[in-house]
Design a protein around this ligand. Sequence first.
Ligand SMILES: Cc1cc2nc3c(=O)[nH]c(=O)nc-3n(C[C@H](O)[C@H](O)[C@H](O)COP(=O)(O)OP(=O)(O)OC[C@H]3O[C@@H](n4cnc5c(N)ncnc54)[C@H](O)[C@@H]3O)c2cc1C
Length: 403
Amino acid sequence: MTTALEIYRDNAAAWLQTQIAEFGREARRGLSHEEDLALGRRWQAAKFGAGYSAITWKPEHCGQGLTALEKLAFEQEEIKHGFPNDYFGVSLGMPVPIMLRYLPDGWKQERATAALRGEEIWCQLFSEPAGGSDLAGLRTRAEQDPATGDWIINGQKLWTTWAQHSDYGVIVARTDPSVPKHKGLTYYWVDMKAPGVTVRPVRLAEGTSEVNEVFFDDVRIPDSQRLGPVGGGFGVAMETLTIERYQATDPAGFGPPLQLFIDEAKAIKIKGRPAIEDGRIRERIARTYAMQSAMGAIYERTLLSLAAGLQPGPEGAVHKLVSVRARQKLSEFAVDLKGVEGMRYDDDLTRKESWSKSWMTAPTGRIAGGADEMLLNTIAERILGLPQDHRPDKGVPFNQIPR
Ligand SMILES: Cc1cc2nc3c(=O)[nH]c(=O)nc-3n(C[C@H](O)[C@H](O)[C@H](O)COP(=O)(O)OP(=O)(O)OC[C@H]3O[C@@H](n4cnc5c(N)ncnc54)[C@H](O)[C@@H]3O)c2cc1C
């Protein structure tokens, strides 16, 4: 019997098919970054029009009011076609949903809709040179002007995805250095075009600049742009990070599919014989296949627990850790196998189609959204029940922690 979820997935897949010619992978080939962003904004508007841009949001916030199951089903179908949705992943994934929780209804109708339609983009200003994995170690300061109640922000953020295109951002800053590090932080939203905000792109190894440094020099914001209590910023940050309980997963770790490797191994020759006949190649394929099947099983289990009304546990950490590492290894192997050709770098190919691009971007994939070592800690503590990691600065006032 066909379930309601399968019907939803089929309908979504059918609608996505009608959009491929205008927005899919082939339509994006050869576009400049600006043209691709413009296409991405139109893609968001098209999804909004069809009701697919906010599947789990409430109908009063322009959503479909459905569950994570429908969202996952849609994203799994969407990911197959290379649509230009990268620019909106952070914006709609975390900053806009947290604003929906904290701001009044008028804001929701106006701003959230603009973000859903791709007209406005939000960024997440958490990480800094001294506060990435340890978010509570951040040093950007926010001081309150006693005369006006405004907050004045000074400091530097780092790795801010799409800050160069962002209209607004959510930011965590230190408001009290005399208390333990988690307790002295406060959360705000900022206008990225405000005086004193400077965005400098960081060029990554593959030549793109989706991340940025952002400098705050005496940036003044009213107290009404604070989310949550003074000193309660760490809690709001954690709430932000857990909003997206389960992201769309891809057993290929957001790199090329195993089938591409198999096809190429059939075409490439080693000592005059197809590479697919070589024992080392066959072993690599078998290992990757086994790993991806295991990831598929974890994913199915997650779907079942979501369907049963449960929240998925820390298995997302296993999925991210294993799939991105395996992608890196397979990409490295493919680059070697292709010899000189393996290093050919084609700007028009995505990281899901090009082994060299996949190999070059895998290290940042292993850091963003939780570095391997942090995921291992999650697995150790939450799945294996091992004792908590050593935290020598626990309970120590921030300004007494040695630097
Ligand atoms: C492509 C990309 C996009 C990003 N986008 C954003 C964004 O939009 N907004 C944002 O705020 N941030 C963003 N980040 C930042 C990202 O969240 C951080 O880079 C990440 O949290 C790691 O922090 P760090 O770079 O400061 O490394 P560090 O925390 O300095 O870690 C360095 C190394 O030490 C290890 N380590 C640190 N602490 C421990 C520990 N307790 N136990 C074991 N090992 C440990 C780490 O795993 C890592 O290997 C992005 C990063 C990348 C690469």
